[in-house]
Write a protein that binds this ligand. Structure first.
Ligand code: SAH
Ligand code: SF4
Ligand code: F3S
Length: 434
């Protein structure tokens, strides 16, 4: 299984693997050993789709050697491209969209029995995407989807097309799933939703809110750390800040994308807030939770973005001082409001490139400055185990979700320990075990 895309996709891959596990189909080390090859795809930027197609291109050779090999494409690009994938890559056997990936075990069986390819991208069927089964990749830390889809119409974004309208899961069902996970050894849960602040708004007979959900999940005995992503500045409710104050296991971290700092661009993106409003919310969050870690997403080079617009984005970054920031060049997508309404992708590639490099450069300086202020402080770290590049080092996360690295030969995965910070870069904190 090769997973491209966001955390929701990582979770979906786990759920698909769990379904296959019931049929005795288990992950193997390399593609060459596999009987079933799957890619879980993303459509958010053109590059993500190119990645999937180039992976498919490489897998084609394996199919020539082993004609029984089954190749499947799951997720957002499967949903968006459908039939087109068979045309571009005729050796693909399964195309299963965002409501069908947990049926992949059935599809594999059908392909084996009939030799016919399968296209499953209908939206009408309700499928149980969350049947939580055994095989979990990282038992100490788990994702739980609380909703799927999105009701916003941010003009650049393909997600409402690939994942459909927002559908929240029942609160009790989510809490039960969290209880089971903690019972199996999970210590940290990250609740996932494309626009998690609007959780529960359509549930009946009673609407629910994200705050209500957080109080209920935080109460699961044995849960050490609770997180949630992603927040939308137009839907964030102040009662959330109270939840951070009340719940010791709710971690002080907010993924809070601004996308742009220019009011003109924000309007064209249809984000529903202004530069000023965004900064007000940041101030309110910091007021309520002074040590909160803020992460943002920013798109540079959106349709019609001028140098002045870009300056406003720089200003917003400078004032917000994100702990982490994900910056992207605008990538025009089919089936987005921008494309449908004829907004023109008119910022030349080299201008986008210059702007992104400039902003990344500045952001690195600001992140370094902020991180240097943390030297001498002690953080409670949740261990993720040895660093991939250097096994003599242990990596973990601070409550604010920052990477914290210590020199230690002991495997600290799943452990909580205190670290005094003595060094920092833009991307990580380094320290010694207390
Ligand atoms: N639901 C989340 C994230 C959606 S996609 C949210 O609302 O914030 C993740 C990020 O990809 C977005 O926050 C945005 O910054 C970026 N993105 C989305 N569409 C894009 C596009 N067409 N081009 C470049 N970046 C895009
Ligand atoms: Fe896309 Fe906007 Fe929905 Fe996020 S809130 S998934 S950016 S439409
Ligand atoms: Fe996620 Fe990409 Fe789909 S960001 S929702 S996998 S388009």
């Amino acid at each position: 299984m090769y997973t491209i895309g966001c955390q929701m996709n990582e979770l979906d891959s786990e759920l698909a693997l769990a379904a296959l596990d019931e049929d005795g189909i288990r992950p193997v080390e390399s593609a060459a050993e596999a009987d079933v090859l799957l890619v879980n795809t993303c459509s958010v930027r053109e590059k993500a789709e190119e990645k999937a197609y180039s992976w498919l291109g490489r897998m084609k050779a394996l199919k020539r050697v082993n004609p029984d090999l089954i190749i499947g494409v799951l997720g957002c690009m499967a949903q968006k491209e459908g039939e087109l994938i068979f045309r571009r890559a005729p050796y693909v056997d399964i195309v299963a969209g965002t409501a069908h990936f947990t049926r992949v075990d059935d599809y594999v069986r059908q392909v084996r029995a009939t030799g016919k390819r399968i296209l499953a991208i209908g939206r009408d069927e309700q499928v149980q995407t969350e049947k939580r089964l055994k095989a979990r990749a990282t038992p100490q830390s788990s994702f739980v989807a609380v909703m799927r889809g999105c009701d916003h119409h941010c003009t650049y974004c393909v997600v409402p097309n690939t994942r459909g309208m927002e559908q929240s899961r029942e609160l009790e069902e989510i809490v039960e799933e969290c209880r089971i996970l903690v019972g199996e050894g999970t210590q940290e849960i990250t609740l996932l939703g494309q626009n998690i602040d609007s959780y529960g708004k359509r549930l009946r007979p009673r609407r629910r809110s994200l705050a209500e959900l957080l109080y209920a999940v935080a109460d699961v005995p044995g849960l050490k750390r609770l997180r949630f992503v992603t927040s939308h500045p137009s839907d964030l409710r102040p009662e959330l800040f109270q939840a951070f104050k009340d719940l010791p296991n709710l971690m002080p971290y907010l993924h809070f994308p601004a996308q742009s700092g220019s009011n003109e661009v924000l309007k064209r993106m249809r984000r529903g807030y202004t530069h000023e409003r965004y900064l007000e919310l940041v101030a309110a969050a910091r007021d309520a939770v002074p040590d909160i870690g803020l992460a943002g997403d920013t798109i540079v080079g959106f349709c019609g973005e001028t140098e002045e617009d870009f300056e406003r984005t720089i200003e917003l970054h400078e004032k917000t001082r994100y702990q982490a920031s994900f910056i992207f060049m605008y990538s025009e997508r089919d089936f987005t409001p921008a494309k449908d309404q004829g907004l023109i992708d008119d910022v030349p590639f080299d201008v986008k490139k210059r702007r992104i490099n400039h902003l990344i450069h500045l952001q690195r300086q600001w992140s370094t400055e902020e991180n240097l202020k943390k030297i001498g402080k002690v953080y409670e770290v949740f261990g993720e185990g040895p660093s991939k590049r250097n096994p003599g080092r242990q990596e973990g996360r601070s409550p604010q979700n920052q990477v914290v690295i210590v020199e230690s030969g002991r495997d600290l995965a799943g452990k909580c320990y205190s670290v005094r910070i003595d060094r920092a870069t833009d991307a990580a904190l380094y320290g010694t075990l207390e």
